[in-house]
Design a protein around this ligand. Structure first.
Ligand code: F6R
Length: 607
């Protein structure tokens, strides 16, 4: 979603701002803007569309040289994407870039209008800027103005502000929307996300809730909500600067699909010792031994990972597990009992609904575990326990490698749970762990099927609708395969539990309707084939994914993709690769913007 960059230092800041915005492009946006504080005062340029539109504008309407400035990529919430609605929003004394949502903006707008303020947009951010302007006119001091503003605002904000009479300085404030300050030599930075800082520094600190900060060349001062100075812990980003670069790959998504064996290996080697999952101290055995129900909560792809996690936990440890869509969980007054565990799963660690679900569990006194990819993210900081996935930065909007490592951690939890509770013999737990560690090597040859998947994508690229079907874990994978295809190729598809198709939806299957059938689980293999035959009899065009040795009757499928034989419970880590490749090639063949599909954002920080 929206991205923030800010700079105070000795460089010509515009270059830093544009480079930072480029690194934030992956979050998804529909307009971009910058403002600098120069001798002439604050000047801003903003443009709807891609960053290139802003760069073009800057050529015809250049900004003066300046040593401090702020920049923003906007993903529209209040008010359509347009030049005018883009950030920064400027008032007589300041310019603001804002991530988040002002919930009481309508009431504040009415109040400010009564005081004579004229608004030129429908945005909540303009209200925030005007409120801050009025607080600044009253207090005459930036931090006092930010404090006064905070007292009036309901909602979330990550803010970077230039005040026209504070040369060289950028002011910051955070509530429920992440801001990271970066430390350099005689310069400092702010960003909503670490990749934007990496070209300049690896040293950073994360602002905590309600904190404010001042950037002034090499000086960073952080304050608590009462305005008292706070000492921040300096952290070092472990990512190489090029970790967020595409290199010679045509798209980030393809790069990230191909990174899966490596990141899976990295994640497993972090958490496996002596042929067993080693999750302590983050997740102690004592907790696993005394569990009631495990609630697995996430959104989108992360929620689909939870579905596989549920199957693994229930079948290995025989502990009841429930999968919860975070945006539903938070409002449905869930039954959470002593002994339960809430596990939140998220790549970004910033997903608003998942964070709220975690908060709800904490309020009810239920222990919380976060499985998260971004160190220092809001979810990681809020959870009682954290297990980090080791996917590295995931830039493509469609999640691929993060899903695989989420599965890996969920499998490790399930195996450790089974071991700690003696639900399975020690030897079986070690065997399963070894089988899991063997998966990265099995993924490699599957990636060699890229050409095969490209041809499969050619066969369905002109379809208007298609189905993904499977039973059990294959149903969970169907949901993920379908989501991936929809979000990046814009082909409508539905995922069905294979046995459900005949209860209504099979009426949509006609001559040539494509069906992607997943049949990797031997216990339900024949049942799934029967359902495929039912669709085939109505003219469906079938792409079947099954294991190496599965017997496939003649004329059942138009194409068959064979997966290497592995421990069956772990097959999702293999099945997912052809599904991701299928979606990728369908998107490429249809000429879509693979890495930045329309309307989508990488990190969904609004409800
Ligand atoms: C789909 C996708 C989304 C995310 C979802 C949760 O490809 O990326 O469905 O999985 O928005 O995001 P995180 O994992 O950051 O909480």
């Amino acid at each position: 979603m929206c991205g923030i960059i800010g700079y105070s230092g000795y460089r010509a800041c515009l270059h830093v701002l544009l480079e930072g915005l480029e690194k934030l492009e992956y979050r998804g946006y529909d307009s971009a803007g910058v403002a600098v504080l120069a001798a002439e005062g604050i000047q801003a340029r903003k443009a709807q569309g891609r960053l290139s539109a802003l760069e073009k504008l800057l050529e015809t309407s250049p900004l003066p040289a300046a040593d401090c400035g702020i920049g923003h990529t906007r993903w529209a919430t209040h008010g359509a994407p347009s030049d005018r609605n883009s950030h920064p929003h400027c008032t007589p004394h300041l310019a603001v870039v804002h991530n988040g949502i002002v919930e009481n903006y309508a009431a504040l707008r009415t109040e400010l209008k009564r005081q004579g303020v004229e608004f030129i947009t429908e945005t909540d951010t303009e209200v925030l800027a005007q409120l801050l302007e009025s607080c600044y006119q009253r207090t005459g001091e930036p931090l006092a103005a930010l404090q006064a503003m905070a007292a009036r605002v309901e909602g979330s904000y990550g803010l970077a502000v230039l005040f026209c009479d504070r040369p060289g300085q950028v002011y910051l404030a955070r509530r429920h929307s992440p801001l990271i300050v970066g430390y350099g030599e005689k310069e400092c930075f702010v960003a909503s996300d670490i990749p934007a800082l990496l070209p300049y520094t690896k040293e950073y600190a994360v602002l905590d809730e309600e904190e404010m900060a001042l950037l002034d060349h090499g000086r960073v001062e952080v304050y608590d909500p009462q305005g008292r100075p706070v000492e921040k812990e300096h952290l070092t980003a472990q990512l190489p600067a090029q970790a967020a670069d595409k290199g010679s790959w045509p798209h980030f998504m393809l790069k990230e699909i191909f990174e899966q064996p490596q990141v899976l290996q990295d994640t497993l080697s972090t958490y496996v010792a002596d042929d067993l999952p080693n999750l302590a101290p983050a997740l102690p055995d004592k907790l696993l031994q005394n569990l009631g129900t495990v609630h697995l909560v996430g959104c989108g792809t992360a929620m689909h990972a939870c579905m596989v996690g549920k199957t693994a936990i229930e079948s290995l440890a025989r502990v009841p597990a429930q999968v919860e869509v975070a945006s539903e969980f938070r409002y449905r007054d869930p039954i959470l009992l002593p002994g339960d565990l809430v596990v939140t799963v998220s790549q970004s660690g910033e997903t608003s609904d998942t964070l709220a679900a975690l908060q709800l569990a904490k309020e009810r006194g239920i222990p919380t575990l976060a499985i998260v990819n971004v160190p220092g993210s809001s979810l990681a900081r809020a959870a009682d326990m954290v297990l980090y996935t080791q996917a590295g930065p995931e830039i493509a909007v469609a999640s691929t490698k993060a899903y695989s490592v989420q599965l890996a951690v969920l499998y490790l939890i399930a195996i450790r749970m089974a071991w700690a509770r003696k639900a399975l013999p020690d030897a079986r737990c070690r065997q399963l762990t070894r089988a899991l560690c063997a998966i990265p090597a099995m993924q490699q040859p599957l990636l060699g099927k890229a050409e095969e998947m490209k041809m499969a994508a050619q066969a369905l690229q002109n379809a208007s609708d298609l189905f993904f079907v499977g039973r059990g874990m294959d149903y969970s994978l169907s949901l993920e395969g379908s989501l991936k295809l929809k979000e990046i190729s814009y082909i409508h598809s539905e995922a069905y539990a294979a046995g459900e198709l005949k209860h209504g939806t099979i009426s949509l299957v006609t001559d040539g309707t494509p069906i992607v059938a997943l049949a990797t689980q031997s216990a339900v293999y024949e049942k799934t084939l029967s359902n495929v035959k039912e669709a085939r009899a109505r003219g469906a065009r079938v792409l079947l994914l099954c294991s190496q040795n599965a017997p496939v009757p003649d004329a059942l499928a138009d194409e068959v993709v064979r997966l290497p034989q592995c421990e069956e419970l772990l097959t999702p880590l293999l099945t997912i690769l052809p599904l991701q490749l299928l979606a990728y090639y369908a998107s490429v063949l249809r000429g879509c913007d693979v890495d930045r599909p329309r309307n989508l954002a990488k990190s969904v920080t609004v409800e």
